[in-house]
Design a protein around this ligand. Sequence first.
Ligand code: PEP
Ligand code: MN
Length: 347
Amino acid sequence: MAKAVKRGINMIIVLKKDATDAQIDHVVEKIKDAGLSVHISKGSERTIIGAIGDEALMASVPIEALPGVEKAMPILKPYKLVSREFQSENTIIDVNGIKIGGEKIQIIAGPCSVEGKDILVNTAKQVKAAGATLLRGGAFKPRTSPYDFQGLGEEALKYLRDAREETGLPVVSELMDPRDIELFCKYVDIIQIGARNMQNFRLLTEVGKTDKPVLLKRGMSATIKEFLMSAEYIAAQGNHNIILCERGIRTFETATRNTLDFSAVPVLKEQTHLPVFIDPSHAGGRWDLVEPLAKAAVAVGADGLLIEVHADPENALCDGAQSLKPKTFVKTMESLRKVAEAVGRTL
Ligand code: PEP
Ligand code: MN
């Protein structure tokens, strides 16, 4: 009878950044000689080898002594690369000098969707003056109705690039289709994967092959474990620059658009080394809830916030009800600074 095959990676071997192809081949050969099979992830930064099979067989291989190997470790959790077991220190992602996941809380602000160049650049200038460090704006919108505004597409990405040129703010936009990856790599600094695509595994795999940081939003019905498994899909391809974003989940409650799961922040912080953001705009669905939810997010330990700001919310083409006016955003930032200070962070 054929021996049952153990599925999943039992051990991870992380290669040094400068490991050569010959060194990688040698490591692979050693693992195979020991009777295990391998899964190789060649990322833009480094190669990771997963050894699959009976871990005991690896005992005879002095894996960490092989040239090109940085470390080798057994992983017990279903998510491996994104787990705290794999990396105890927090991941800090550097986006054009802005450090995400460090002591400073980073604020991504801007309209739900990009509606035009002037309105975007003006909003960008105002959110920057108020202290936002990144600009958001949708180009391809995931709308429930096919008859609603779907976004300006590539034109919007060009406006985002223009706004970055004028303000210096790095830009974030949502990718829905793997066919647009090249376009996004050209125009944006962070690729957002929306709640509706959190388990679009082909999309996750494709962004994992890029070297762009990814803002991964929690699916509206996803457990924390599923959320982390989705991050693992990205990491498994070699891209470890992932920001997790809690944006509210669906519960029986209807008073708010979603129920913001604040517990996700400390739980994620315990389970993963990745930065954790909160989006109080999509969570509450109402502009007047943004400030209280944002304050609580800072207090509970979020590394950043994603806040929708629109110059004229009443006439916004998408999510006007939850968008702050630039003036309200200024006031919100002021009150957030006090909370940040109280919890030993800056903003
Ligand atoms: C958004 O950020 O505009 C958005 C659509 O968010 P979510 O995917 O969380 O619904
Ligand atoms: Mn929105």
